[in-house]
Design a protein around this ligand. Sequence first.
Ligand code: ZN
Length: 219
Amino acid sequence: MHSNSPSAECVSNPADLVQVMQYLERVGLNTGSAGNASYRAGGHSYLITPSGVAPSALTAESIIRMPHHRASEAGIPKPSSESPMHSAIYAARPDVRAIVHTHSSYATALACRRKSIPAFHYMVAVAGGDSIRCAPYATFGTKELSAHAVAALNGRTACLLANHGVLALSSDPLTAAKLALEVEQLAKQYCIALQCGEPKILNKEQMQEVLEKFEHYGQ
Ligand SMILES: [Zn+2]
């Protein structure tokens, strides 16, 4: 029976999160233990990378299942400090099955301006709208940041987090990571364009046309 509930066909695998964190490091989106990734495991439960572990040291056994993980006991790894943000997104967005969070350089540089990425390039539509919004600043790991992120992601699959980084949402961790890479590429292009003057911004009609084409793009 088909259900709107994402729990129906979830096939999340801890090894996928290990692979995706190693991919994010390989393509230069994250360094050290920055960033994190999660994969919905059914309903509001999800798998997430642990706090403060470099991608090279991650194993499938180190991946944590939320929200019932008990991290207070000695020797048990803590989930990513951003797990409240992942929880809030999964609760608000039944369409989302995977979340990737990075501190990638160009996107984070733009996020420090606390401005959205406008439609300077038609590929901005990859995040589902005519801009990639920047969520207002709040301290990492707080409910306030979770609420800002959910609002900035309304109707979108990616956003910037002011003075912090990027969120990318998709159906599986690798697709979310590729979206984060696309956002980083756009941020880099926008930074370069800003250095040459003020880029022309595509208007609402032009972006609407792109968004409609994107719906039918691919195989
Ligand atoms: Zn972060």
